[in-house]
Design a protein around this ligand. Sequence first.
Ligand SMILES: Cc1ncc(COP(=O)(O)O)c(C=O)c1O
Length: 321
Amino acid sequence: MKNDTANPTGSFKDRVVSVALTKARELGFKVAACASTGNLANSVAAHSARAGMVSVVFIPKDLERAKVVSTAVYGGHVVAVEGTYDDVNRLCAELASEHPAWAFVNVNLRTYYAEGSKTLAFEVAEQLGWQAPDHVVVPVASGSQLTKVARGFRELYEVGLLEEEPHVRISGAQAAGCAPVATAFAEGADAIRPVRPDTIAKSLAIGDPADGWYALHEVRSSGGAFAVASDDEIVRAIRLLARTEGVFAETAGGVTIAALAKLAAEGVIRQDERVVVYVTGHGLKTVEALVSLRPTATIAPSLDAFEAAVDVDGDLHRGDR
Ligand SMILES: Cc1ncc(COP(=O)(O)O)c(C=O)c1O
């Protein structure tokens, strides 16, 4: 697992924003902006604060509470838009042409922003002793990350940092409630039909993905596949990952782990492959998904009450954790 939950603002977006805002400063921009499904907002607000830039981030108004709070805390402007991410994105495209002096990280600075995702490939190769994995599973919203992970492995070989030419199979993960690229893959179609998202994986809820076609192409040409996860499967996968690896992922991570499990069960992922799954955001950002979790017991402060309520020896005996 490539665990990207432990970045400064808890998601892989710190990679793309780090590159985009470094470039924005070099180019003389004073205002940083973005259209976000949540994680990008967190990161743009934080990096702008550190860089002394004014930030203006645009989000759909129904985002998780933690994503809003952990953007607003950095002091920039947070604008909640009545609509989906795709409405937010269209508004930002219009604003970017009205305000050419603003650095919209995923609009007019998108080329730099996208470069940041390549580090997800660079680091994985480095951590595997300068070898590429056989197969990766990557979450897909706009499709930028998946496309750049694939490109990253190829570029490492082109500059001589990988001895063998990599043939990494690239598989994509989407939520069942927002799966335009996975659907095109399943139907063998070339065109991606936009959808209206309805999923707890709000960070992946892009109905009309800008880089969807490229992501589809990377998956097909590398011999990978797509898998989708329902809301229930997302929650179960979050709990599975936490229970077995001690990593608490947000809903996007649940999508990716559920997709990994499905691809393995279907035999798409083979036994002999070295597989890397990208877990790209921290679970504290989307606790709403797990509201049903409660303490094991609520007890009076006494030994008897504890012994009556909790059977730790039984867990040990059964091998439960
Ligand atoms: C946690 C997380 N993982 C993955 C993605 C997918 O990124 P991309 O838009 O590059 O496909 C996002 C996008 O917002 C995200 O927030």
